[in-house]
Design a protein around this ligand. Structure first.
Ligand code: ARG
Length: 461
């Protein structure tokens, strides 16, 4: 009979049990469940709700259970309904063996699985956020290091995937660093809002025992207790927020992956992945494929799907707990697992990739990406920008017809376009000058990007 079987005349159908069970997914929370129980009984005994000796036996036994789970001496029963039921049954069994069955049977005083599961998922989610943050910091570190090696590596910057203006590889990488810093902040933010204790909400309306929720919160390291018990058991905002933050992370990984895929193509050849982080083809002997990036791009779909699943699962639920909410864990945990998996491969892949400076430079030398600078030159000589823009537009047109670039036009050709052009035009449109002259905060000039890297290192590490 199930722990809740007392009011039933029949055993539950096996098919119902299978369908109802969440142990496959929630067993990863055994540590949180045990920590929560230890804090709960500590509080119960301090309040005189359960005897001191029962508390001691419960804590000792729960710690034994945890150690046995960790060493594999105790296996989680796949037929159990969920991790909470499994641990309570195991505790009761072990207490009985020690001649104090009553102790184990006291653990669920003033508690419901509804506040218990809300507690466990919050604790587990916050821990997972911290793990992702740690990996994101590693990623940021690797990118800052790569960037610091390439503050002078000129490459074309793009808009519409058309060559636009010269930038550096460091400037490009640091754009991703900014995204990953925001991702880290978003996760901290989710943790901050999640750090509220739901335990003590009971099934939905707290309890009649004189429990001390503030004390439990203190024991578990929560910032405060939730102010409304209905909200305490039925709030899954934290899960949606975490899933949303993880989705945005996947958007960033996916965009980055897309660029790496392009950059490692024969058409670009800006970077080359290390052999250890690329794959081959079973039929085409020459192939070297960026599978890691493609998988990351592909996996973003399941993380977005998990967010959608959570939003949809929650949107029609009346207060307070409903069993629909059991579905929260599979979606949320899968998002954490996926993001961590992506990070553990992305980091070494980026660390080991080689940068082909010459190809970046060559690509930057074509496509008239210094045309804006050419117009700005005329502006400095007094021409209004729109007129300068027109002069350079015509210049680009005629250069294209002659299969030339701005750097290879003769002084006569420049003079024909405008009398304002002088010898110093060549210096003004050199790619190095174009990059160096953009020394506004946020710009690609080496000194500015170096300062950015320094700031990140100072504030983030
Ligand atoms: N396994 C359940 C879940 O994950 C635990 C809470 C069950 N509560 C209940 N009243 N049936 O949501």
């Amino acid at each position: 009979m199930a722990l809740w079987g007392a009011r039933f005349e029949k055993e539950a159908d096996e098919r119902l049990n299978d369908f109802n069970s969440s142990i496959r997914v929630d067993q990863v929370m055994y540590h949180q469940d045990i920590r929560g129980s230890i804090a709960h009984v500590t509080m119960l005994s301090r309040q005189g709700i359960i005897p001191e000796k029962d508390k001691e036996l419960i804590i000792e036994t729960l710690e034994e259970i945890e150690a046995d789970l960790e060493t594999g001496k105790l296996a989680i029963a796949p037929a159990a309904e969920d991790i909470h039921m499994f641990l309570e049954a195991e505790l009761t069994k072990r207490c009985a063996k020690k001649g104090a069955e009553g102790a184990g049977k006291r653990i669920h005083t003033a508690r419901s699985r509804n506040d218990q599961v809300a507690l466990d998922v919050r604790m587990y989610g916050m821990e997972q956020c911290r793990e992702v943050i740690k990996l994101l910091r590693e990623l940021i570190e690797v990118l800052c290091k790569k960037a610091s090696e390439h503050t002078e590596t000129i490459m074309p910057g793009y808009t519409h995937l058309q060559r636009a203006q010269p930038i550096t590889f460091a400037h490009h990488l640091m754009a991703y660093v900014e995204m990953f810093c925001r991702d880290t902040e978003r996760l901290w933010d989710a943790v901050r809002r999640c750090n509220v204790l739901p335990l003590g909400s009971g099934a939905l309306a707290t309890s009649t025992y004189p429990i001390d929720r503030e004390y439990t919160a203190e024991l578990l390291g929560f910032d405060r207790v939730c102010e409304n018990s209905l909200d305490g058991v039925s709030d899954r905002d934290f899960a949606m927020e975490m899933a949303a933050a993880l989705s945005i992370i996947m958007v960033h990984f996916s965009r980055f992956s897309e660029e790496i895929i392009l950059w490692s193509s024969w058409e670009f050849k800006f970077i080359e992945l290390d052999d250890a982080f690329a794959t081959g083809s079973s039929i085409m002997p020459q192939k070297k494929n960026p599978d890691v990036c493609e998988l990351i791009r592909g996996k973003s779909g399941r993380v977005f799907g998990n967010l959608q699943a959570l939003l949809t699962m929650m949107k029609g639920l009346p207060l307070a707990y409903n069993k629909d909410m059991q579905e929260d864990k599979e979606a949320l945990f899968d998002s954490f697992t996926t993001v961590k998996l992506c990070l553990t491969t992305l980091i070494p892949m980026l660390e080991t990739c080689r940068v082909n400076k010459e190809n970046m430079r060559q690509a930057a030398a074509k496509g008239f990406i210094n045309a804006t600078d050419c117009a700005d030159y005329l502006v400095r000589k007094g021409l209004p920008f729109r007129e300068a823009y027109g002069v350079v537009g015509r210049l680009v047109h005629s250069a294209m017809e002659k299969e030339k670039v701005l750097e290879t036009l003769t002084m006569e050709e420049y003079k024909e376009a405008s009398e304002l052009f002088e010898e110093d035009i060549y210096e003004a449109i050199s790619l190095e000058t174009c990059v160096k002259n953009r020394r506004i905060t946020g710009g690609p000039a080496p000194e500015i990007v170096k300062r950015h890297i320094e700031n990140i290192r100072k504030t983030f590490f």
